[in-house]
Ligand binder design. Structure first.
Ligand code: BDP
Length: 328
């Protein structure tokens, strides 16, 4: 794996030596994506790059780096914030720690279902989240889908909150997720996405949580064969751009960039729905032991302290949570 800092540094030196400007108006933007070549997000980000070139008549070009080759997600978020990279397809989970507004989507069970999430993000709540992110260096150009996350592990079916007790569960980098596992009396283990497969395989962790496509594309189903449909988190993703770079663009170019991102999001959502179904079929055919959860409210109740603590610590966010809850 390439070292992100070294890469960015090397690019800066080359640009400097060649007398090229380091701004985002330089010939080619660079974009980060964690997923493999055939994943919906990957296909959609490539489409975004094609559309940028086409709509700008070749003035704006984006080179995508897929499969996390430019480093971990928290590092890449930082790089886009400071302008080391122009573009990233990020999950809002690891953005939460840098933009409090974005953290609302990481409150367990905040969305009733995918449709509720879409309506909230396409409305006033989405505008407030975007505004909070833009202040922290990330312009959300468009929203991508990432389904609902459920628990999986190598030990047993999870039917009720107490089944998580004592389990080592990998989470993404965000204290809310660690709090969520602690609330179930499990042991949270924040870790990079790329390390989860071997950690499951060697027993460093017993389980993790993710949507069907990521459970399948990473091969986690091969080493953690119990998938329990808790659907405790519905976390959207963004096509994000460095704020300063975006603001430097002319109004016409800003429109081109937003339109291209939104068009790619339409494709991503279509591909996502298909992939969620095909990934589920694939892992089931491979022998995954799947279970529904009889009483999801029990998980919601057990995770309530995470919710309450977050809102006590961040009272400014309460209206945004209410806005989401009241979105019909
Ligand atoms: C996937 C997200 C990706 C995250 C990954 C994870 O698309 O951005 O990095 O989960 O769990 O669903 O780290």
């Amino acid at each position: 794996m390439l070292n992100l800092k070294k890469t960015v540094c090397a690019a800066a030196i080359v640009a400097f030596a060649a007398g090229l400007p380091l701004s985002a108006n330089a010939a080619e933007w660079r974009g980060w994506n964690i997923h493999k070549p055939d994943y919906p997000n990957t296909v959609a980000m490539d489409k975004f790059a094609d559309l940028l070139k086409e709509k700008s008549g070749g003035k704006i070009t984006l080179k995508m780096f897929h499969s996390g080759t430019l480093g971990t997600q928290p590092d890449a978020i930082e790089q886009v914030r400071i302008g080391g990279l122009e573009i990233g397809n990020f999950n809002l989970g690891p953005i939460g720690p840098v933009a409090a507004e974005a953290n609302v989507v990481s409150l367990p069970f905040v969305f009733r279902d995918m449709e509720h999430m879409h309506r909230a993000l396409d409305g006033e709540a989405g505008d407030k989240i975007s505004a909070g992110m833009a202040k922290k260096g990330l312009v959300a150009l468009a929203w991508y889908d990432a389904g609902a996350r459920s628990f999986y592990n190598s030990k047993k079916p999870i039917m009720k909150p107490s089944d998580v007790e004592g389990m080592k569960v990998r989470v993404m980098n965000n204290d809310l997720y660690s709090g969520m596992i602690s609330a179930l009396k499990g042991n949270p283990s924040p870790m990079a996405f790329s390390e989860v497969y071997s950690s499951l395989k060697t027993g460093v962790v017993d389980g993790a949580e993710n949507n069907w496509p990521s459970y399948e594309s990473t091969g986690h189903f091969e080493v953690a064969g119990f998938y329990s449909l808790s659907q405790h988190l519905i976390i959207p993703e963004c096509v994000c751009m460095n704020t300063a770079a975006f603001e430097k663009l002319s109004a016409a170019d800003q429109k081109i960039v937003r339109d291209a991102a939104r068009e790619s999001a339409v494709l991503q959502r279509e591909l996502w729905a298909k992939r969620a179904a095909s990934s589920r079929e694939k892992v089931m055919a491979a022998g995954v032991k799947f279970n529904e959860i009889p009483d999801k409210a029990a998980f919601q109740d057990a995770m309530q302290p995470v919710y309450d603590k977050y809102l006590t610590d961040n009272p400014d966010i309460k209206p945004l949570v209410a806005l989401i809850k009241n979105t019909k």
